[in-house]
Write a protein that binds this ligand. Structure first.
Ligand code: SF4
Length: 318
């Protein structure tokens, strides 16, 4: 049994302009101790997927269908109180831009302590001790717990955020673009730290990023999302070595390739579609150089092309 199984998840936003189908029937799973990557351009539904799992979709958003099964139980059937017991304690999240989320007027240690005290029935002294240990675990001198956020560098703030996410010993950490605001050297240090902690604590990680190099470094399996749907899903090695879907290929080609440094990155022409009125058939067809009449009319579904490598494209496996 997987730690997390997302089945046919649909999360829509009911706006005055129409229904935004931000996540439109996606399925994936994360096994214990494994890292899963969700990749795609901005606005494809990655963050909405994460917020759906955390039970943090707010009006006018609504999960309209599907299951989010964690440790064998569907989170969508839980009450608010039951979800509060799972959130942070079993599933925690590092939000996009989280390193700027520390309150500037409180010491970093106090902010981690508050997160611990909210979920654990221990004294403030014990929580402070735990906060110091957590900071030490992410490579920060525990005495820095008394510092204010402005006394931390960007990389230290991100490490402290990771410490905060680990404060209640979760089984799954969802990290939404955890390194986007960092320079490449600090980015590598933070990713190495996450990888090390994943092994040490036997954590499962769901990593969300538009940057495929980040996903390639960290993840065991990967799903590529486009316009609210998963278009390719496989283990990371197969997907990066032999991407099949034209969108996955375009996305991979749009980043520098260290194995082929002479090759210039090429952007995918066009823009992702509106999710209020997405194109019929394959949603990628207006940008796809291989589109046929069938692509414009019939929606392709994920097909297993072998070794649990799934692709949704009429040209492949059909
Ligand atoms: Fe391109 Fe057609 Fe495949 Fe869509 S189904 S990715 S339009 S070839």
């Amino acid at each position: 049994m997987s730690l997390l199984e997302v089945n046919n998840l649909k999360t829509y936003f009911y706006t005055l302009r129409g229904v935004v189908r931000a996540v439109d029937g996606i399925s994936f799973h994360i096994d214990e101790g494994m890292a899963f990557g969700l990749a795609g351009e901005s606005g494809c539904g990655k963050s909405t997927t994460a917020l759906s799992i955390m039970g943090l979709i707010k009006d006018p958003g609504k999960i309209v269908d599907g299951e989010i099964v964690f440790e064998g139980e569907d989170l969508l059937k839980k009450t608010k109180e039951e979800l509060n017991q799972i959130r942070w304690k079993k599933i925690s999240m590092i939000f996009q831009g989280a390193m700027n989320a520390f309150n500037p007027v409180h010491r970093v240690g106090d902010q981690i302590v508050e997160a611990i005290l909210y979920h654990e029935n221990i004294s403030r002294e014990e929580a402070w001790e735990k906060a110091e240990k957590l900071l030490e675990m992410v490579g920060i001198d525990p005495s820095r717990a008394k510092n204010y956020p402005h006394e931390f560098s960007g990389g230290m703030k991100q490490r402290a955020m990771i410490a905060m996410a680990l404060s209640c010993n979760p089984k799954l950490v969802i990290a939404d673009e955890p390194t986007t605001a960092l320079d490449v050297i600090v980015q590598k240090q933070v990713l190495d730290l996450m990888k090390e902690l994943q092994k040490k604590l036997k954590l499962s990680i769901m990593l969300i990023s538009h940057d495929l190099s980040v996903i390639a470094q960290m993840c065991d399996s990967v799903a590529i999302m486009y316009a609210g749907k998963i278009v390719e899903y496989a283990d990371a090695i197969s997907l990066f070595k032999e991407p099949q879907h034209p969108y996955s290929k375009g996305l991979i080609n749009s980043f520098p390739n260290i194995l082929n440094p002479g090759k210039k990155p090429e952007s995918i022409p066009g823009q992702p579609p509106s999710l209020i009125n997405p194109p019929p058939g394959c949603r990628f067809h207006p940008r796809c150089p291989f589109a046929t009449d069938k692509c414009r009319e019939v929606e392709p579904h994920l097909v297993n092309i072998g070794n649990k490598h799934f692709v949704a494209c009429h040209l492949i496996g059909g």
